[in-house]
Write a protein that binds this ligand. Structure first.
Ligand code: NAD
Length: 359
C-alpha cells in the first residue's frame, strides 16, 4: 500500500489562505510527478477560529494536527482581533499549538538567491553562496526561567533566570547534527561558554554527542562572534544550533541577509519527524485580499517539510530549483520587484513555479 502522508492545512488569516493555496498547488504537482501521496485536511485556527468557534485554537484543529504527519500553516492575526483579551487573541493560539504539539526547535533557512542579491543591504560579494540554517531551541532558557522583582541594596531589582537541562540540550543538538548530515555536514554550535554556566553545559553536551556524527565538522562559536561572522562571511556557515534567546536574535539577523520577508520559510519540530511548517511572515493585513502577496515563503516551507519530515529530498530540490528558475527568469511579486509596475500577482507566481517543477 502506498505511503500516504497526512498534512493538516491551516490557512489562517489575512494573506494566509492566498499563500497556502499556491503551496497546495505545488504539493499536488509533486504528487503527480514523483508519485508521493498526500492527504490534506483543513482546520480553523487564529482569528477566523475566534470568529467561527470562539477560540483561536479549537480542539478539533488540535486533534487534526496531532493525527497528522506534518502541519502546513499560513499566518494568523490581524487588526480585527488586536484588542481582544489575551485568551481570544490569535497569538495565544500560536503559543498553545506549539506547546500542545511538543515543538521544541525552530528551523530557519537563509538562502540567498543570486538574482536577488541586490535586494539585501549587504554587498553582493559578501552574500555569494550563502545557504545556511539556524536551529533554535524553543522551550527553555531565559525566556522560560523564573522571573521576579525584589528589593535590592540599591532599590527595586528584576531577575530573569536561564535554565537548561541535559535532555533539552541533547534533543536539539542531535536534531541539528541530523540536519547537518542532510546538507553540508558542518555544524556551528553557538554559546557564550566563556561567561554562562548554561553555555558550558551546552558545550559539554555538544562535545559528548559529536563523536556519534564523525562526518560532521563541528565548531564552537561564541554568540558575539557569530553575530559578527554572519555579516562578514555568511557563506561559511552551514547549520547553526543555539539556545532560545541567542537563536531568536541570530535567526532574525540571518533572515535579513536574504533581503525579503516574503521569501523566508520555517519549521518547528518536535520528537521524531513531526513538524509544523510556515512562512516567517505574518498575515500582512495591509495587502490581504489584493492577490499581490508573495507565496514563495510558503512554497519553500513545503520543500522544507519534504526534507525534514518526509525525507523527500528529490521533490524538495525540484521545488527549490523551480523557484530559482522563475526568479532567474525575472518574475517578481511586488515585495521583491525593483520595477513595481512589472510585478506579478500571487496566483501568477504560484502557476509559474508549478509549471517549472520537473522531475
Ligand atoms: P507581517 O509579516 O504580516 O507584515 C510585515 C510587512 O511585510 C507588511 O508590509 C506586509 O505587507 C509585508 N509582507 C509580509 N509577508 C508578505 C508576503 N508574503 N508578500 C508580500 N509582502 C509581505 O508582519 P506584521 O505586519 O507585523 O503583522 C501582521 C499580523 O500578523 C499581526 O496580527 C501579527 O500578530 C501577525 N503575525 C503572525 C505571525 C504568524 O502567524 N506566525 C507571525 C508574525 C506576525
Amino acid at each position: 500500500m502506498a505511503d500516504v502522508k497526512k498534512i493538516a492545512v491551516i490557512a489562517g488569516d489575512g494573506i494566509g489562505p492566498e499563500v497556502v493555496g499556491e503551496a497546495l498547488k505545488v504539493l499536488k504537482k509533486t504528487e503527480e510527478l514523483f508519485g508521493y501521496q498526500f492527504e490534506t485536511e483543513h482546520g480553523l485556527f487564529g482569528g477566523i477560529a475566534i470568529d467561527e468557534k470562539g477560540t483561536p485554537l479549537p480542539q478539533e484543529t488540535l486533534e487534526l494536527c496531532k493525527g497528522a504527519d506534518a502541519v502546513l500553516l499560513g499566518a494568523v492575526g490581524g487588526p480585527k482581533w488586536d484588542n481582544n483579551p489575551k485568551e481570544l487573541r490569535p497569538e495565544t493560539g500560536l503559543l498553545g499549538i506549539r506547546k500542545e504539539l511538543g515543538l521544541f526547535s525552530n528551523i530557519r533557512p537563509a538562502t540567498v538567491f543570486d538574482c536577488l542579491k541586490e535586494a539585501s543591504t549587504l554587498k553582493p560579494e559578501v552574500l555569494e553562496g550563502t545557504d545556511l540554517i539556524v536551529v533554535r531551541e524553543l522551550t527553555g532558557g531565559i525566556y522560560f526561567g523564573e522571573k521576579f522583582r525584589r528589593e535590592g541594596a540599591h532599590g527595586e531589582e528584576a531577575v530573569d533566570t536561564c535554565v537548561y537541562n541535559v535532555k533539552e540540550v541533547e534533543r536539539i543538538v542531535r536534531q541539528a547534527f541530523e540536519i547537518a548530515m542532510t546538507r553540508g555536514k558542518r555544524l556551528a554550535s553557538v554559546d557564550k561558554a566563556n561567561v554562562l554556566e548554561t553555555s558550558r553545559l551546552w558545550r559539554e553536551v555538544v562535545n559528548r554527542i559529536a563523536p556519534e556524527y564523525p562526518e560532521v565538522e563541528l565548531e564552537h562559536v561564541l554568540v558575539d562572534n557569530c553575530a559578527m561572522q554572519l555579516l562578514r562571511r555568511p557563506s561559511s556557515f552551514d547549520v547553526i544550533v543555539t539556545e532560545n534567546m541567542f537563536g531568536d536574535i541570530l535567526s532574525d539577523e540571518a533572515a535579513m541577509l536574504t533581503g525579503s520577508i516574503g521569501m523566508l520559510s520555517s519549521a518547528s519540530l518536535g520528537e521524531g519527524s513531526f513538524g509544523l511548517y510556515e512562512p516567517v511572515h505574518g498575515s500582512a493585513p495591509d495587502i490581504a485580499g489584493q492577490g499581490i502577496s508573495n507565496p514563495i515563503a510558503t512554497v519553500l516551507s513545503v520543500a522544507l517539510m519534504f526534507r525534514l519530515t518526509f525525507g523527500y529530498h528529490d521533490a524538495a530540490a525540484a521545488i527549490e530549483a523551480a523557484v530559482k528558475e522563475v526568479l532567474d527568469a525575472g518574475h517578481r511579486t511586488g515585495d521583491i520587484a525593483v520595477d513595481k509596475s512589472k510585478a506579478i500577482g500571487t496566483t501568477e507566481m504560484g502557476d509559474l513555479i508549478v509549471a517549472s517543477i520537473r522531475k
